[in-house]
Each structure stands twice: as C-alpha cells, then as structure tokens.
Design a protein around this ligand. Structure first.
Ligand code: ADP
Length: 345
C-alpha cells in the first residue's frame, strides 16, 4: 500500500504537524531573494512599484500551480514590499459567514488577505467575497426566512491574494475579479541548485557542488522538497559525524530514504508498477487506479501525476493513465512496443 502523502519526504504539500516549521526561516524575504519565476517576478515588481507610486493598494491576485512552488512565499513578499500587514488563511479554514466577516472587518487599509486553497472556499462564502473584492463592502444576511435582511458594511481597501493548485475549480465570477492571474512553473535544475545553496547557507551547512546538484535533481523541481531533503541529508551527515555534505554522503542518504536518481520515491515507483503490472501499462481510469493503490484520487492527480508527467514517465490520455516507455526503462521492466502503441491509438 502507498505511504500516506503527508508522511512522504518528497510530498510537495506542507506538513500540518510542524514538521516544516523550518520553512519560515528559509523563506525568501524579498523579490531579489526569490529564485526563478522570472516573468512573474518582473510583472509583480512593476505592479508593486506602480501602486506604491500611486499610493494605491495592489489589484487582487491569483497564484496557481502545484504545491511547494512558492505561492505563500510570494504573498508574504508582496506584503513586505508594499509595507502592509498580511492575514493568512485558507479556503477550508473559513467555515461560516461570521468567520469571513470577522477576517474582512479586521483588515486595515492596504492589507493583504492571503487565502490558500481558495478553490475550497464554500460557494455561499465565495459570493460574499464578490462585493468585498469589487466594491469593498460586506453584505451580510441577518436572520432566516421572510424576516431575513441584508446589512451592508464598508471595508478597508485590501488586496486579496488567492492561491490554488486547481485553477480549473475556480468559478469564473471569482476568477474575473482578480486583476492578475499568475502561473507558477516548476524550477529548472540551475534554479533548484541555487535554492539548495541558499538554504544551506541559512542553515549554516557546508555542502559540495556535486552534493548540491544531487539534492536539487532529486527534489522534483520543487523548492519545498529541496529544503526538506537538504535537512534530511544534513541530519544524516551529522549522524555520521561528517562536517560537510559530500556527494557520497548525499548518495547514501538518498539510498536510505528510498529516493532514486530521478527523485522518485517508493510511492511513485509503486504507482507506475501498478499501472504496468496490474493494467498492462494502461490505459487505466483514475478511480480504478486509486482503488488499486489504496490512494486518494485527488492525491494521485495533484501530487504524483504532475511530476511523473513532467519526467515523461506517465501520460494522461482520453482513455486513462498510461505508463510510458521511460517508466518501463526506469523500473527495469520490459517494454512491449507494439502492444502499447496500439493502445495509444
Ligand atoms: P506554496 O505556497 O506554493 O505551497 P511556499 O511558498 O510555502 O509554497 O514555499 C515552500 C518553501 O519553498 C518555502 O519555505 C521557501 O523556503 C521555499 N521556496 C519557494 N519558492 C522559492 C523560491 N522561488 N526561491 C527560494 N525558496 C523558495
């Protein structure tokens, strides 16, 4: 059975058990420290400078992309660069109309309201956000049935920064109210190495260039995973009594952790193996795959698949998921060309 997503070292979602508490120490504090995402940073810089000049709050913004790529970090950078306060919350944490009302009425002029996983906000609450975002007013419904009435309150001009891993689930009325919509991309190897080096510097850990490359290339192009792996490798080196992290130490640590040269862990390999061995390489539907691996369909779709597809090991076809030739080769299994080709047609 597949290990729970939250317990995986290469999980890209933040852990809820304080296991990622060190993340805050490693967060870039301003745009110049924020590695990669060049175009996004440029546009953001221009927008921030223009609004500061006009002494106006920023337009509402939506960041989307897989977990761990730096959406929360960006919202904090924006608040710092704008010199405003920030309130951080998430879609599922806002349960009732009263929760949202209290958050909105406690904001100060110009503040950033960061709502992570905004696609999980209830529809009834989303509707309250429309007038808050557009006209900076809060329309509350008081009471029920025929005696229900609406109460309108003015709100300070704030900037809503939404983050989502599933932009397709954002309704169009909500999407239309964002002035900027930014996509975060996976990081290339050079950027990942830079992130590893930067984090090692903050953690006062010495590591060789080869070891930094190794950690970077095993981190699924995701900064959160790079930081987590770096910490694990550092612990391993310390445990062995090594002062600095060499390639040899990093290799040993990854072997212990079950992470292979592509950055795949046991779960990824298990998922590919199930497709190959139980479904003859696919195509297999998501729900069947979820049942066969005892894993949640959402987790397969949001967490495992983006990386496996990026590595060219998995394809999503209109008939289901398929393991690629690369997946067979990586797992050392025999690829049956004709049979698989005919399934793709
Ligand atoms: P998300 O909100 O997209 O899940 P976070 O913003 O929480 O991701 O980022 C996770 C961690 O990765 C942060 O603690 C930060 O240290 C690191 N990180 C993310 N993006 C970058 C970046 N561009 N440069 C350096 N570190 C980054």
């Amino acid at each position: 059975m597949i290990e729970r997503e939250a317990e995986r070292i290469v999980a890209s979602k933040a852990r809820q058990d304080n296991g990622d508490a060190f993340e805050n120490t490693l967060r870039p504090k301003d745009l110049s420290e924020y590695v990669g995402q060049k175009d996004l940073k440029k546009q953001l810089h221009i927008a921030i400078q223009a609004c500061k000049k006009r002494k106006e709050p920023l337009e509402h913004m939506l960041f989307y992309g897989p977990p761990g790529l730096g959406k929360t970090t960006l919202s904090m950078i924006i608040s710092k660069e704008m010199g405003t306060g920030i309130k951080v919350t998430s879609g599922p944490a806002i349960e009732k109309q009263g929760d949202l009302a209290s958050i909105l009425t406690n904001l100060q002029e110009g503040d950033i309201l960061f709502i992570d996983e905004i696609h999980r906000l209830k529809t009834s609450l989303e509707e309250i956000l429309y007038s808050a975002m557009e006209d900076f007013v809060l329309d509350l419904i008081i009471g029920k049935g025929p005696s229900a009435r609406t109460m309108r309150m003015n709100l300070p001009r704030f900037t809503l920064v939404g983050a989502t891993t599933k932009v397709s689930l954002i309704s169009s009325p909500l999407r239309n109210r964002f002035g900027h919509i930014f996509k975060l991309n996976f990081y290339n190897n050079e950027e990942m190495t830079q992130i590893v080096r930067r984090s090692a510097g903050i953690l006062e850990t010495e590591l060789s260039d080869e070891a930094a490359n190794k950690v970077a290339s095993c981190s699924r192009s995701t900064p959160r995973i790079a930081n987590r792996l770096l910490k694990r490798v550092r612990d391993f080196a310390e445990f062995q009594g090594d002062q600095s992290i060499s390639l040899e130490v990093a290799d040993q640590a990854f072997q212990e952790l079950g992470i292979d040269m592509l950055g795949l862990d046991l779960n990824d390999r298990e998922l590919l193996k199930v497709i190959i061995e139980k479904f003859r390489g696919g195509p297999v539907g998501l729900s069947t795959l979820a049942a066969a691996t005892a894993e949640d369909a959402d987790t397969i779709e949001d967490v495992y698949e983006p990386f496996l597809m990026q590595m060219g090991l998995l394809e999503r076809t209109h008939r289901g998921r398929m393991a690629t030739k690369g997946a067979y080769e990586h797992l050392g299994l025999q690829w049956l060309e004709e049979e698989t080709q005919s399934k793709l047609l």
